[in-house]
Design a protein around this ligand. Structure first.
Ligand SMILES: Nc1nc2c(ncn2[C@@H]2O[C@H](COP(=O)(O)OP(=O)(O)OP(=O)(O)O)[C@@H](O)[C@H]2O)c(=O)[nH]1
Ligand SMILES: [Mg+2]
Length: 278
């Protein structure tokens, strides 16, 4: 469940994350493929220090695929990155082999010191609603087979074996969304990362519709079977039969339906962050 972030929450989440990070070799940072920039918290980088780090752009089934490829090419200059979908399983089989490759040097060092058979320890981190639990369930195959508390791992951290050589911390690390920029806030709300109570639904829906008309006009017109001059919340409300007495359109209900249709990816597969050229 998403929560509204305020400084107290952030401090608590940050402290918990710092504690969890001590026990892992590799951090699987989940981002949203529709928001390769806005769904990431820039503070993570600092918290990670030189810990191994993989960026997973989740929900790629909902994103604009050619744009995802452009983003991957850009982001991989910074850290290893994969486009995945915890829903359709796309790309998820590449995660463990990538971890093994990245860890091979450290494992060789451990072997040289006589430490044998040590598993790679990984954890998932990300902002609310990004798919952390879905990915953990996917990687563990819904398995409840915890590998037990590790000696020295306090506060009840549980590990789940996801591969012969890899264990996953069963609770994800919570990153808070960063939305001091109003545009980032709107994008996060549109994709469902910020809960609906935070933004006025009608205003958000109005903004999103204008955004779609700029970036995905044809797809939106086709989906609603409306010409651009009728493509507004009133028009959509009429199409969806959202009427109140007197034949007026129920704009609040229309806004909710429209946001739901957008989030399901049925209007268009979208990427909302513009790729910045170097
Ligand atoms: N289309 C699509 N939906 C996804 C994907 N991964 C997760 N979801 C959906 O996104 C929503 C949030 O997923 P969760 O796994 O609960 O996300 P979370 O990060 O654990 O959320 P919190 O625990 O609230 O922070 C659910 O409705 C999932 O079904 C994906 O790859 N594609
Ligand atoms: Mg969760």
């Amino acid at each position: 469940m998403s929560i509204q972030w305020f400084p107290g929450h952030m401090t608590k989440a940050k402290r918990k994350l710092e504690e969890q990070l001590r026990w892992v070799d590799v951090v699987l940072e989940l981002g949203d493929a529709r928001l390769p920039l806005s769904s990431r918290n820039p503070l993570l980088r600092k918290l990670l220090g030189n810990k191994l780090h993989i960026l997973l752009l989740n929900k790629s089934d909902l994103a604009d695929s050619p744009k995802t490829d452009l983003w991957l090419a850009k982001l991989k200059k910074d850290c290893p990155v994969l486009a995945i979908s915890a829903m359709t399983s796309k790309g998820t089989r590449k995660i463990v082999p990538l971890m093994e490759t990245m860890m091979s040097e450290k494992m060789d060092l451990l072997m040289a010191k006589g430490v044998k058979g040590r598993s790679i320890r990984a954890m998932v981190v990300g902002i609310p609603n990004i798919g952390k639990s879905s990915l953990i369930n996917h990687l563990t195959g819904g398995s409840q087979a915890k590998t037990g508390n590790k000696p020295g791992v306090t506060r009840g951290n549980q590990w789940i074996r996801i591969h012969q050589k890899v264990e996953l911390l069963d609770t994800p690390g919570m990153l808070w969304p960063k939305f001091d920029d109003p545009l980032i806030g709107k994008k996060l709300a549109a994709t469902g990362a910020i809960r609906d109570e935070v933004f006025d639904q009608e205003e958000l829906a109005g903004w999103l519709l204008e955004w779609l008309k700029v970036y995905y006009p044809k797809e939106t017109e086709d989906f609603y079977q409306l010409h651009v001059h009728e493509l507004n919340l009133e028009g959509i409300g009429r199409k969806r039969g959202c009427l109140v007495s007197g034949g007026k359109i129920d704009i609040v209900k229309t806004s909710q339906i429209f946001l739901r249709e957008f989030r399901s990816g049925r209007i268009a597969k979208v990427t909302m962050d513009e790729i910045l050229t170097d």
